[in-house]
Write a protein that binds this ligand. Sequence first.
Ligand code: MOS
Length: 696
Amino acid sequence: MTTTERLIGAAVPRIDGPAKVRGTAPYAFEHDPGERFAHVAVVLSTVARGRVSALDPAEAEGMPGVLAVLTPANAPRLADDLEPDLAVLQSLDVHYRGQIVAAVVAETSEIARDAVARVRVEYAAEDPDVALGVDRDDLYAPEQLMAGFATDSVIGDVDGALAAAAVTVDATYETPTQHNNPIETHTTIARWDGDSLTVWDANQGPHTIVRGLAQAFGLDPGQVRVISPYVGGAFGSKAFPHPNQIMAALAAKAVDRAVVYELTRPQMFTLVGHRTPTIQRVRLGADAEGRLAAISHEVVEHTSRISEFAEQTATPTRVLYAAPHRRTTHRLARLDVPPPTIMRAPGETPGMFALESAMDELAAELGLDPVELRIRNEPDRDPERDVPWSSRNLVQCLRTGAERFGWAGRDHRPRQRTEGRWLVGTGVAAATYPARRRKAECRIAASGDGRYVVEIDASDIGTGAWTALSQIAADALRVGLDDVELRIGDSRLPFAGGAGGSTGLASWGSAIVLTARDLQRRLDEEHGGQVPAGGLTVDGGVDGASPHAETHSMHSFGAHFVEVRVDRDTGEVRVPRATSVYAAGRIVNARTARSQFLGGFTMGLSMALHEETVTDERLGHYVNHDLAEYHVATNADVGEIDIAWIDEDDTLVNELGVKGIGEIGITGAAAAVANAYWHATGLRVRDLPITPDKYF
Ligand code: MOS
């Protein structure tokens, strides 16, 4: 069955755009909780490991306008079985630098921030252990990785095949700690009414935040409401509950009044997660024609002392290329660092930097076009699961991208082109990301006047989901966009998983389509095709993964082509142009999809050239914890980006043929830049970012 397809695919402008531009769309800080809220400011630990040995709140408590100083001695108690990283102010132990050790609640944010400076804290400090290395003797294999991926995969005799291969690559790549930096800092307003908690919050999924708060405060999920209609970016850092929401609710409880807690930019560097650094050894073995016999990808990364976050870094290596002998492994070190979390394509992003750099190194060893090398290793089935693809168009992305970019005739030797002071090179890399679907529920109410209210606890974190879902709903209901009112971003709405893992549109859109079909069927069968006078409301949804996910491998693919210019005297790197071509299922909104692809690629470029959180290993301190020193790509860093996609009609992934597009753009992008840098300079940078000093 298909929808009428009048709106799906169209470049509909964002329906929430005018309200955002006019400033009438309320972000978390801008909600009115019904009473004047107090402000929370926090004291963060200045040691990375140890214990608070003395804490004197007296001076802060005596300041006019201070309502309370919360410490482990007087803060309301949270559930005993709470995950340690959410157990805010429950103990004197310090597990990372930048942990909340006290908080002030005051009439204004100025008073609160002034008062935190007057809380006296002393520590019994121990030396922190924050340096990741492959030689650590405490590396361990986690039971499984994020999203249920297996920790290791081994097929055939990798070492034997590597030893016998005509051409090999054996290289180690490193990616640094990185931080999600959405422009809206994490903000929470909390208000208690007896045992009921209402929270206006910036997050990627209200139901997920409800779960964390209910667990922390020993409440039934029905006693907690999380409201988040507009979110100013997230990239993974707002997907799960973090100490900030717990802090706000704890403070509101302590002073019996609504409070707001807005993270400062520096606080975001320790309280809401980061991307783990990685050390990745990739070994490839091929015959003289470039056909891979063996692929080995071994990953070392970190997690925090108090919680396990095991990122799925080598998983794209399990699907991208054919080779009879293959191995992927993940090992973790528990360090005195804040808990890492997901950041746009967690795992795939650093993993694809390593794999796609290694493929470029192999092409160079062979003297072969790196596009051709990839095409020669195209697998006709998922090479590890041994099942067919639901659809796979990587080769078409490579060919289309090569054509649009003007790849033909490239001299594959490095450092052959100069223009004035600039060394000029081009590079290519593949992209891939899983296509998944998760459980989602939906309610559609039809009224006699031809209007429909569609309710689902989806999130639009700036992606355009609000618009795309409205298009899907209108088509499924065979009405115009103006006849549909979509309500999202409120845990009182029917359950939906958060915006994450590029599952949003596939999951929420499927729920809407199935519920709309059910509504149509009931109107036809029970009401002669007419909405009854009193209206009709129908609940529906999807249970989870596509029924074909067991028998098929479901992924998006893409290819990036990048031109890099390097100043031959200063090492300055510019990216004047790039082409990215994607095969990512059906594209619902051509305008917002282009923005997602563009944003994903730009974040990959940013990773390649700028992003790096510097850790002072003596102190366990993130040194460059603001946007002045943690550099992200800005407009001036991005040249002409040509975005295109290949139409796919994948009937197996879900009702809509949607694969999800939020994350694929970043995968492989950093490798394409690094490969172009090598082509320009002859220098292979294996540790990101490619700052000017790497040239010397
Ligand atoms: Mo994305 S890192 O799954 O929010």
